[in-house]
Design a binder for this molecule. Structure first.
Ligand code: SAM
Length: 296
């Protein structure tokens, strides 16, 4: 079985030709992957569901929230609007900058974005957040047991952790985009742990178990996220994945090397069209995810 893991190693043409740019050579590959594209282009389709996730959390200030793998603030901004004091942490510098720009434009002074790695939240004090939220964010960090421990460490006793994670082999959009893409990408380095395992119940229980959380305190439910745009077609949406979403960009680069990029594009567009529920010209694509709630 080929999972998202197959997509998440760098396969840049520079590397293959022996010309590794100095910045990438010294860079954490996880960071390089997410800085490679511009996730804000995809996040623009996610705002509606980001707000819905925040509404479902029942935010009642005063509340300190950590949004981990926050991107440019799809959930951090509605959290701050709901009255929480929010710290957004993300590994990608360009997304942290974009988030701080959006916060300033929105006049949200109790929201700050900063660079950091979910595997090691150094500088973040123990027990400092009432809620740690991570929507398709921390799942992409390479050391899942460390991530679970860090999320538990920084969350207050009596607080909660909420994760949104994609599910391996789910028939809906994102899992299928990743599955198609992985078929066009060379296998990952040995020892690589697929981020998609954060969508599997036994792995979730094991990871939080090792962080000291009993399984009775972990609940999991399947939920639906929507990618929505009134004016961009599903084909245009796929082009954004190909140009701006690190994992798909890697698949496109690999496919170009063996002349398969047209076939990759065809399969992705066919998927997006088949899953699009919009009756108009735009895009409205549902995607199933695993919503995990951990009570501390
Ligand atoms: C699919 S995007 C989701 C972004 C945002 N949560 C949203 O819903 O729009 C994944 C995010 O996780 C971030 N990320 C990946 N690995 C990370 C790590 N080790 N630590 C912190 N953030 C990470 C990426 O930079 C990216 O912003």
């Amino acid at each position: 079985m080929v999972l998202l893991a197959d997509l998440l190693h760098n396969c840049s043409s520079e590397e293959d030709s022996g010309r590794v740019p100095e910045r990438e050579f010294f860079m954490n590959p996880n960071k390089a992957l997410w800085e490679k594209g511009d996730f804000t282009e995809i996040a623009a389709f996610m705002r509606q569901s980001g707000e819905a996730v925040v509404q479902s959390l029942g935010i009642t200030p005063p509340l300190r929230v950590l949004d981990l793998g926050c991107g440019d603030g799809t959930t951090a901004i509605p959290l701050a609007r709901a009255g929480a004091e929010v710290v957004g942490i993300d590994i990608a510098r360009n997304l942290v900058e974009a988030g701080n720009r959006r916060a300033a434009e929105a006049g949200l002074t109790r929201l700050k974005f900063q660079e950091g790695d979910a595997c090691n939240l150094e500088g973040v004090a123990d027990k400092s957040f009432d809620l740690t939220l991570t929507v398709f964010g921390a799942m992409f960090a390479p050391k899942p047991f460390d991530v679970a421990k860090e999320m538990v460490r920084v969350t207050k006793p009596g607080g909660r952790i909420v994760m949104g994670n994609w599910i391996p082999n789910d028939p809906t959009f994102v899992s299928q985009v990743l599955k198609i893409s992985s078929a066009f990408t060379p296998p990952p380095p040995e020892g690589f742990i697929s981020p998609m395992l954060w969508g599997v119940e036994s792995n979730i229980i094991e990871r939080f178990g090792q962080a000291g959380v009993p399984k009775e305190n972990v609940s999991m439910i399947k939920d639906t996220y929507y990618f929505a745009s009134p004016d961009k077609s599903p084909a245009q949406f796929i082009e954004l994945f190909e140009h701006f979403y690190g994992p798909t960009m890697n698949a496109v680069e690999a496919a170009q090397k063996n002349g398969k990029e047209v076939e990759l594009h065809r399969q992705l567009v066919e998927l997006a069209n088949a899953q699009n529920k919009s009756k108009e010209a735009g895009t409205f694509i549902p995607a199933t995810f695993m919503r995990v709630t951990v009570s501390l």
